[in-house]
Design a protein around this ligand. Structure first.
Ligand code: ADP
Ligand code: MN
Ligand code: MN
Ligand code: MN
Length: 338
């Protein structure tokens, strides 16, 4: 037996996007066999997180996923849903709205900026660095002048040690901008892992005096915004698919475009302009290998007889992956399968 440090993580009730919150519970346990079933429910004061009024403020933390925390001796990260004392999901609990489906797969590409004193890493105090061009997947001190790569490297290891299905990173188009990708089988798996990976990145950056900027357009002008491209496939899309089904699916996505945009992150009009590899916010389009469309259809999808995954390019970097996954599955569920 040992003293285990459990970091309970949840989303608060702020609008339009929730913030991560966390606190530590110490329990006795065996770190080598600890599993989700061993983790007790817990609670917090919802009046401090915009989730309750002061006079009746207890909210319940229901553990839903457990990850080792390599940054702490005998540490674990406990992703939680927020519940009402009645046992019902709290209105802010977006995870609870996702249709349960072990055979849906999501892959999120999370972009973000690293910032110091309100400026992206590597931006001078006045004016701008060299225009975009050499930063994307770049190498060399001239263009990657900062501690960004060191943070990114440490973040990869924290994610891998946590058992997060991290798939890769790349330096992005704007200076100080990066991306990581996370893939998961099961309709909630990748979204859970995105939230935990965001938590790990923000916590890691505290010790560097660096902020993570999730906003989709932190630098106005000719600088790329940040997205969270969402790649998705259901079992039916992967195994049956077909052109006819695909076209019906795209009609459903067109019909529900506004409902999708409503949960795809705030200020998305600043990013979805039709420039910088985006479609404009008021248009829905799909295209083969087209990075200027709302939904990009990979070549492999068409070559395999309209089977496989699709990429929704509209969600932005600040979107709640739970809401994104939830909306995509709702729209898919309106399309009849054979
Ligand atoms: P790009 O930058 O070219 O858009 P990335 O390589 O950054 O592509 O991301 C592609 C994403 O697609 C990865 O997160 C990957 O896990 C995901 N993906 C691949 N196959 C599937 C699938 N069958 N279902 C859902 N997501 C998938
Ligand atoms: Mn990518
Ligand atoms: Mn990208
Ligand atoms: Mn992409």
């Amino acid at each position: 037996m040992a003293k285990l440090k459990l970091e309970y993580i949840w989303l608060d009730g702020y609008q339009p996007v929730p913030n991560l919150r966390s606190k530590t519970k110490i329990i006795e346990g065996d770190p080598s066999t600890l599993s989700l079933e061993d983790i007790p429910q817990w609670g917090f004061d919802g009046s401090s997180t915009q989730q309750a009024e002061g006079h009746d403020s207890d909210c319940v933390l229901k553990p839903v996923a457990l990850y080792p925390d390599a940054a702490r001796r005998n540490g674990f990260l406990v992703m939680c849903e927020v519940m009402l004392p009645s046992g019902e999901p709290h209105p802010s609990n977006s995870r609870a709205t996702i249709i349960d489906d072990p055979d849906t797969w999501f892959g999120f590409e999370q972009e973000y900026f690293l910032m110091v004193d309100g400026r992206p890493l590597g931006f001078p105090e006045d004016g701008y660095p060299e225009p975009q061009g050499r930063y994307y997947t770049g190498v060399g001190y001239k263009h990657m002048t900062d501690i960004g790569r060191q943070i990114v490297e440490e973040h990869i290891d924290l994610c891998l040690d946590a058992g997060i299905n991290h798939e890769g990173v790349n330096a992005e188009v704007a200076k100080g901008q990066w991306e990581f990708q996370i893939f998961g089988k099961g309709s909630k798996t990748a979204a859970d892992q995105i939230w935990v990976a965001r938590y790990l990145l923000m916590r890691l950056c505290e010790k560097y005096g660096v902020d993570v900027e999730w906003h989709c357009k932190p630098v106005r002008g000719d600088w790329n915004g940040s997205g969270m491209h969402t790649n998705f496939s259901t079992k039916y899309m992967r195994e049956v698919g077909g052109k006819e089904y695909f076209e019906k699916l795209m009609e459903a996505f067109r019909k529900h475009h506004e409902e999708h945009i409503a949960v795809y992150g705030p200020d998305n009009h600043l990013r979805l302009t039709g420039l910088h590899e985006t479609q404009s916010i008021d248009k829905f389009s799909w295209g083969l290998a087209d990075r200027g469309s709302s939904i990009r259809v990979p070549h492999s999808f068409v070559n395999n007889g309209y089977k496989g995954y699709l990429e929704d390019r509209r969600p932005n970097s600040q979107a709640d992956p739970y809401l994104v996954a939830s909306r995509i599955l709702k729209t898919i569920s309106t399309v009849p399968t054979e």
